[in-house]
Every structure is written in structure tokens, then in C-alpha cells.
Design a protein around this ligand. Structure first.
Ligand SMILES: Cc1cc2nc3c(=O)[nH]c(=O)nc-3n(C[C@H](O)[C@H](O)[C@H](O)COP(=O)(O)OP(=O)(O)OC[C@H]3O[C@@H](n4cnc5c(N)ncnc54)[C@H](O)[C@@H]3O)c2cc1C
Length: 495
């Protein structure tokens, strides 16, 4: 059902001291919403708990700064410590990442699924198995290719330059209705054009009886003899108990393994973490491009996808430009902001081999990671290719994500910067983390089996990004949801 703008389609419930249900779904994002809908449609009594708040559409018109604090964990940045460190951003709100993301939704590339079989020994996930799930997801979220006539000059410049170099460019496939170019994707689409799960899956789940309880953080699971016996949460500082027959955990790539570790359900959860690396570029052009008139991006450069590199524009607002240039001098930042109409913000996304590990000594997890030399080569390749592309697109100055470097004005200067690159000075960010509780063919290789069931536990399943066996290179929401659908299909057919 499509809800008109300004109507809040979700009702929220307050938890009582003890909540009983058939199924407790922890987390309301990409993965959790699939569990909520599929279980509710199957007639189960479902409660969805979500740590973050529920914000109806009209609130997404507020200031970017305060929305970022409300909708993201830790105000927007969770560090993955290392040398260099990586700044991770993830949602903490109803709808999870789908509320604040770009809505890009691709089908899992066939060669990635082939790797899941060949390298990870998984037998269930093939293109044929996932295809009907993608058809459902695409229908419910209104996924389509976006090509805008108005605005999005940054995407158009990049795509034209790539095509002139003979590089492959594809129209972005997004969960999108009638995009109004408000350029507010990262803080919740105020028009409802972006079809988050809060406007779709969770609404349907509620229509079939599911109860949604935002502002509840599940702090621990209790268990006995391989069975989860309850979950303890905090709501407004008060303790609440949940008692369910079965539990679906979908708290995202960091919090899912953290909860398993803190609750001593599975100490090896979070021993692996995979993520993409985003390199952000600010580019100045000699004439106005008005990159703020548009959406996140409309076309993506995919020439180097097999080498793990995608290039595209990004939501361009003064806040994001200033944050990207935080390693530049105040005068330089001011001069760029004064010239804002001529400025664009661009991203090179790298499929890193870097490995992370999640530690849970406190209530807040600590993530450590290290970037191997093969990733530094990929990063160098990405910096060079994106630099070349932006100059081809007409950029007169490019600021690279490297501390201590001023902007470059030619390919020669770019090469000089790359030749003297010090890895510790890289400014790395990521918004795609996964594989921290990977599916595996045996308990010694992962946290869950191919059906999402936590090894050696009879009533606990995981259905979020943490179950993906490896880094998939592309934006992960589609794959997360398709795998969750298959986990739920198998589950509902057996229970
Ligand atoms: C800015 C940004 C842009 C992105 N753009 C894209 C894009 O365009 N396309 C794409 O495919 N991907 C994109 N992503 C990534 C994508 O959104 C995530 O990979 C995806 O949402 C992860 O799904 P998930 O179900 O694992 O976790 P989430 O969707 O993050 O959901 C987990 C939910 O669990 C809640 N939670 C956590 N711990 C607890 C707890 N203890 N108790 C209760 N609730 C808890 C969280 O608050 C959160 O709402 C983007 C991400 C960001 C941050």
C-alpha cells in the first residue's frame, strides 16, 4: 500500500514490564523487516523491537545535524580502529539502514553467488533461488532504474566522462517512487519517494498483527541448554523482559554479534567482519553544476566492478562537503563553500579484503581492523581512476581523501600525490559492513547454518547483513533482504 506524504503509516507500541509473543524480532532494518512481514503473513504473533526512534515523514524536513544525531548510531560515526582507522556510519531508527540510505538495490551478481558455493561451501543460494525473492522485493519497494531529466548534473557529468572513455555506466536501480530531488536521502526522504521498509514491509507486518516497539534496546539474551529463554531490554531507562518461543536477531553487522557475545551465546561471533571502503572526493568545476539539486546519484560507473570498484556522485550539501574536507585548512574549506554551486561530492567504493574483529568487553562494542597491502593497491587504483574521471568531467581542482595533501589540479599532480601516499593518512569511511556472523557449512566456520539458524541453538535465527558469507562488493541491501526472504521461506515452511 502506498501512503500519502505526511501520513504516518506505522503505529508504535509501548512495552509492558513483560512482553510475551511467539516471535521476537530484534532490529527493524533491512533484514528484520523481512522477518516481521513474513512471520506476520504466516499468522504468527510477532513483536519487533527497535533500539532507535520512529520518525514519521514530516520530521525528515528538520535540520540535517539534529536528524543525523537522531537517526544514526553514535551521532553518525562508529570508529573501526586501525592504522588507518575507518569511520563507519549506521542507522539506529525504525527501518534501520533503509530509512537513511540511498535506496540503491541491485541483485546479487552471479559471480558472487558462485563464490559463496565454491569458497564458502554454501549450497542453497543460487540465482534461481534468489530470483523470486528479488521479484518480491523489487515489487514491494518499487525498485526501478532512475534517470532524471532535471538536476543531477553531478551524475550526468560523471557518466558522460565515463562514456567518453569507453567505460561501462549503468542507471542506478533504486527503491524509489516519484523522486523530488530533495537531496535528503541520508537523513530520511521527506517526500516518502524513497521506499524504506518503514513505508512498506513493516506496514504490511503491522497490517497482519505485528507489534512494533521502538526505543527498546535489547541488552542481553538468556539461554539454557541451547535454547533462548528470554531477552532483556531497556526502554526509557526501565528494564523490560521479552519471552518468546523463537527469536530472530537482525540488529545489524556490529550489534548482532555484540549481543551474541555479551550474552555468551556464541563467543566466536564477530571474529570476522567485512566491509567496503568509500573514498570521498570533493571536486570544483569552473561553472555552476548545482549538485545539490538532485538525489544521491542517478548513474554509476561500473567499468571496474570485477576489480571491486564502483564510482558515483553522492548527496551534496554544505554539511557533507565540510565534513569531507575536515582535513583541509579553514580558509580552504571556506573558499570551497563560497564556491558551493560549482562543487560536487563523489565516491569511489572499493570491495576491500580488509578483515575486522568485534570485541565486547563493554556495553558498547569495539571494532578493530587492518587493511592489507592488496587493499592499498585497490585504494591507489581507485584514487587514480576517480581522479582521471573527474578531470575528464571538467573538474578544475580535486580534493582527495588524504590528510596533508592540498587539492590537485592536474593528472600530473595527482600522480605525484599517489607516488608519495602514506597509507596512515588516508581518510576512509564505510557504510556497508557485513559477514560478522557468517553462514557456513559447518559450526567451526561460521555462526549460522545456511538456514540462518545459530549453530547449537534450537530457537535462534539471524537474518541480517551479518550472515552474508563475505563482502559482496555491491550495495548490500538487496542481497541482505533476498537472503532474509530465503531464510524466512525455509523457516515458515518448517514451523
Ligand atoms: C548513509 C548510508 C547509505 C547507504 N546506502 C545504501 C544503498 O543505497 N544501498 C544499499 O544496498 N545499502 C546502503 N547502505 C547500507 C545498508 O543500509 C545496510 O547494509 C543495511 O541496512 C543493513 O541491514 P541490516 O538489517 O543488517 O541492519 P540495519 O538495516 O542497520 O538494521 C538494524 C537495526 O537494528 C537496530 N538495533 C541494533 N541493535 C539493537 C538492539 N540491541 N536492540 C534493538 N534494536 C537494535 C538498529 O537500531 C537498526 O535499526 C547504506 C548505509 C548508510 C549508513
Amino acid at each position: 500500500m502506498i501512503h500519502p506524504m505526511n501520513e504516518s503509516p506505522l503505529k508504535v507500541d509501548r512495552p509492558s514490564l513483560t512482553v510475551h509473543c511467539d516471535y521476537l524480532v530484534i532490529g527493524s532494518g533491512a533484514g528484520g523487516s523481512v522477518a516481521a512481514r513474513e512471520l506476520a503473513l504466516a499468522g504468527k504473533d510477532v513483536v519487533v523491537v527497535e533500539e532507535g526512534p520512529y520518525l514519521p515523514l514530516e520530521q525528515f524536513r528538520g535540520p540535517v545535524g539534529s536528524l543525523t544525531r537522531k537517526l544514526y548510531r553514535s551521532g553518525g560515526v562508529t570508529p573501526f580502529f586501525g592504522s588507518p582507522s575507518v569511520a563507519f556510519a549506521e542507522a539506529r531508527c525504525v527501518g534501520g539502514g533503509t530509512t537513511i540510505n540511498g535506496g540503491l538495490l541491485w541483485r546479487t551478481p552471479a559471480w558472487i553467488l558462485e563464490e559463496w558455493g565454491r569458497i564458502h561451501g554454501l549450497t542453497l543460494y543460487s540465482e534461481q533461488v534468489l530470483k523470486p525473492h528479488f521479484v518480491t522485493i523489487e515489487r514491494l519497494l518499487g525498485v526501478r532504474s532512475t534517470v532524471h531529466v532535471e538536476g543531477n548534473e553531478d551524475s550526468k557529468l560523471l557518466a558522460r566522462a565515463a562514456r567518453s572513455l569507453g567505460w561501462k555506466v549503468s542507471a542506478a536501480r533504486r527503491a524509489l517512487g516519484n523522486c523530488q530531488n530533495t537531496n535528503r536521502c541520508p537523513t530520511g526522504c521527506p517526500t516518502g519517494a524513497k521506499r524504506s521498509v518503514a513505508l512498506t514491509y513493516l506496514v504490511e507486518a503491522q497490517e497482519h498483527g505485528a507489534r512494533l516497539m521502538p526505543n527498546v534496546r535489547v541488552c542481553s539474551l538468556t539461554h539454557e541448554a541451547g535454547r533462548i529463554t528470554g531477552a532483556t531490554g531497556l526502554f526509557n531507562g526501565n528494564r523490560v523482559n521479552f519471552i518468546a518461543d523463537r527469536y530472530f536477531l537482525a540488529a545489524g553487522p556490529i550489534q548482532t554479534p555484540h549481543l551474541l557475545k555479551r550474552s555468551r551465546v556464541r563467543s566466536s561471533a564477530g571474529n570476522q567482519l567485512r566491509f567496503h571502503i568509500n573514498l570521498k572526493f570533493v571536486a570544483r568545476f569552473s561553472s555552476p553544476i548545482r549538485a545539490d539539486v538532485g538525489t544521491i546519484f542517478t548513474e554509476q560507473v561500473q567499468e571496474f566492478e570485477k576489480q571491486g570498484l564502483y564510482m558515483m556522485a553522492s548527496n551534496c550539501l554544505p554539511h557533507y562537503v565540510a565534513a569531507t574536507l575536515s582535513h583541509q585548512s579553514r580558509q580552504e574549506v571556506e573558499s570551497v563553500l563560497t564556491d558551493f554551486a560549482n562543487v560536487g561530492l563523489f565516491v569511489a567504493q572499493v570491495r576491500a579484503r580488509a578483515g575486522g574483529r568485534i570485541y565486547s568487553p563493554f556495553d558498547t562494542p569495539i571494532v578493530m581492523q587492518s587493511i592489507p597491502s592488496e587493499d592499498l593497491l585497490r585504494i591507489g587504483f581507485a584514487l587514480k581512476r576517480m581522479g582521471e574521471l573527474l578531470f575528464k568531467a571538467g573538474a578544475v581542482k580535486i580534493y582527495l581523501p588524504l590528510r596533508g595533501e592540498l587539492g590537485v589540479t592536474s593528472s600530473l599532480e595527482l600522480q605525484g600525490v599517489l607516488d608519495r601516499m602514506v597509507p596512515q593518512r588516508l581518510e576512509l569511511i564505510t557504510v556497508h559492513a557485513m559477514s560478522s556472523c557468517p553462514m557456513a557449512a559447518s559450526p567451526d566456520r561460521g555462526t549460522v547454518d545456511e538456514y540462518g539458524k545459530v549453530w547449537n541453538h534450537s530457537n535462534l535465527w539471524i537474518c541480517d547483513s551479518s550472515t552474508l558469507p563475505d563482502n559482496i562488493g555491491e550495495s548490500p541491501q538487496g542481497t541482505i533482504m533476498a537472503v532474509a526472504h530465503e531464510i524466512l521461506r525455509q523457516h515458515v515452511s518448517q514451523h
